[in-house]
Design a protein around this ligand. Structure first.
Ligand SMILES: NC(=O)c1ccc[n+]([C@@H]2O[C@H](COP(=O)([O-])OP(=O)(O)OC[C@H]3O[C@@H](n4cnc5c(N)ncnc54)[C@H](OP(=O)(O)O)[C@@H]3O)[C@@H](O)[C@H]2O)c1
Length: 275
């Protein structure tokens, strides 16, 4: 990645993970800086990563070629208000990871001409296993797209979208997705305990099975449906279990769940977009 100055507004869980991921991948700490109102966050950041940290957002934006907006959605308006003039004068790439805050809301608080990339990350980014989707407005150059993608790839995988509305579907898939898999692990573990396994064994076997299945799916050239068929021989135990799940309408149930998350994402973005 081209080594330019990157300033972070908000250095909580996500900001810290991205900074840690960049430094872990060899990015020079002297090219990174952050701003956060919380003295505890600032002290932790300086101690962990030896980067410049400020209480004043303008300081983090003053020299940055990329500004990463990593505050909670409700803090997007106030934090942008503080730096709007500096952003307008300097025109850096603004990369927002705030869930559900649309480009129109961000540019309304800054400038119509600003290059902005909107990102939907997910929680496993905190352990460098994130899945993020990105959408750029028309002012973002190809070099800036590469930079934004490299920043997200420091904590996982990144895919580009051709339409901002698809970020609602991504929110329903990978944004909320970790919780769906946690739920599946939770209910499988409970079922195993009912079948007589003790809690610790049920937990360990459940988690390792989930990890193994995910790794197999990642490493295989086959799609999940083929992998499922390959492990369910006719008349066997797996086939019996899968028949129960499919008769229980698992597919329409998941479709309804993702649709509900997608719709809520649209509603929340509408709320954040109100004056
Ligand atoms: N965590 C995730 O897994 C995840 C997943 C997907 C998307 N996201 C998105 O990532 C963003 C950050 O989430 P997070 O979990 O990192 O939140 P967080 O841990 O609360 O971090 C946000 C930080 O921003 C600081 N802050 C508040 N107002 C500010 C301002 N005006 N200027 C600069 N900094 C300010 C907060 O300080 P105070 O605590 O003092 O308010 C806090 O330290 C959110 O918009 C969220 O939607 C997070």
């Amino acid at each position: 990645m081209k080594q330019i100055k990157i300033g972070f507004l908000g250095c909580g869980n996500m900001g810290r993970s991205l900074i840690g991921g960049l430094i872990g991948n060899g990015y020079p700490p002297e090219l990174l800086c952050g701003a956060d109102p919380d003295p505890g966050q600032r002290a932790q950041l300086a101690r962990l990563f030896n980067i410049a940290v400020f209480a004043d957002n303008v300081e983090a934006v003053r020299e940055a070629a990329v500004v990463v907006l990593a505050v909670k959605p409700q803090a997007v308006g106030p934090s942008l208000l503080e730096v709007a003039d500096t952003l307008k004068q300097r025109g850096p790439l603004l990369m927002s990871i705030a869930a559900g805050v649309r480009l129109s809301t961000i540019s309304k608080n800054t400038s119509d001409k600003l290059p902005i990339v909107r990102v939907m990350p997910n929680t496993p980014a905190l352990i460098q296993a994130g899945a993020a989707a990105l959408y750029a407005n028309e002012h973002v150059s190809s070099e800036q797209r590469e930079l934004a993608e490299s920043i997200m790839r420091s904590v996982g995988i990144a895919v580009w979208l051709d339409n901002e509305a698809k970020l609602d579907a991504v929110t329903a898939l990978s944004g909320s997705g970790p919780a769906y898999f946690f739920l599946v692990m939770e209910v499988i573990e409970k079922a195993a305990i009912k079948l007589g396994l003790d809690k610790e064994q049920a937990r360990l076997l459940t988690l390792e099975t989930a990890l193994g299945a995910a790794k197999m799916a990642m490493e295989s050239n086959n799609d999940p449906a083929t992998l499922r068929q390959q492990v369910s021989s006719p008349g066997g135990t797996t086939e019996q279990a899968l028949q129960v799940l499919l008769k229980g309408d698992i597919e329409p149930l998941f479709y309804a769940a993702l649709q509900a998350a997608n719709d809520r994402s649209v509603e929340l973005a509408d709320e954040f977009g109100k004056d």
